[in-house]
Design a protein around this ligand. Structure first.
Ligand SMILES: *Cc1c(COP(=O)(O)O)cnc(C)c1O
Length: 214
């Protein structure tokens, strides 16, 4: 099933759109199956799960961190991941910069936008993004390469559209600022139920879990 799901989704995605297979709660063998079916990027929310999957998949995939980033986990995240999609504070960015410097790498990151302005959700409010990106742009070992959003949970995926549209507009506005040391090119939005809407609104990374693994 995993194999067919990955093949079908890959064949449906427009060229230039990257698939992140969101692997939370899945077994390493399932993650490997997705990779063998052609999934090139694995998205992980939890470092321990990620490490278990990495043991068997290794560098056959790229690894994106898509979970909530805690300061005490940043060292491990810096060592193993190829992109961090969920940077939402200068404090975390500074810690990540320090750990990436120690690891001798420059980490591409996305800034997570709380597009629904929800109290409990991670991400910065849209109007805070520009300031955070300017501050992060001064850090030498991380590089802002775009924006990510979840949006509020909507039982009807069509209701996600305004949040995706607003994040796309923010993406374009910030890209046009041409902030030095910042390369705004990735817009990560859309999950199993909502990725088709997200693609219509300009996403070029989609993060899909249940539609692959369920
Ligand atoms: C779980 C998760 C996804 C995938 O969700 P599905 O509905 O299973 O496709 C995407 N992004 C993030 C940040 C997630 O935690």
């Amino acid at each position: 099933m995993i194999k067919q799901n990955v093949s079908r989704i890959l064949s449906e995605l427009p060229s230039g759109v990257k698939l992140v297979a969101a692997a939370k709660t899945r077994q390493p063998a399932e993650v490997l199956e997705a990779v063998e079916a052609g999934a090139e990027i694995i998205g992980e929310n939890y470092i321990q799960e990620a490490e278990r999957a990495y043991e068997i998949v290794g560098s056959r995939a790229k690894w994106h961190f898509i979970g909530h980033l805690q300061k005490n986990k940043v060292k491990k995240v810096a060592a193993m991941f190829d992109m961090i999609e969920t940077v939402d504070s200068l404090e975390i960015a500074r810690e990540l910069d320090k750990r990436c410097a120690q690891a001798g790498k420059v980490m591409p990151v996305l800034i997570e936008i709380n597009s629904g302005r929800e109290g409990q959700k991670s991400g910065v409010f849209p109007e805070e993004a520009e300031q955070l990106i300017k501050e992060v742009s001064a850090l030498k070992n991380i590089r802002v390469t775009g924006l990510m959003t979840m949006g509020p949970y909507c039982p009807n995926p069509e209701d996600s559209r305004p949040y995706f549209k607003a994040t796309r507009q923010l993406f374009e506005r910030i890209r046009n600022l041409k902030i030095p040391n910042v390369a705004i090119k990735y817009l990560s939005m859309g999950m199993s139920d909502s990725y088709k809407i997200a693609l219509e609104e300009g996403a070029n990374i989609v993060r899909i879990g249940s539609r692959i693994f369920a």
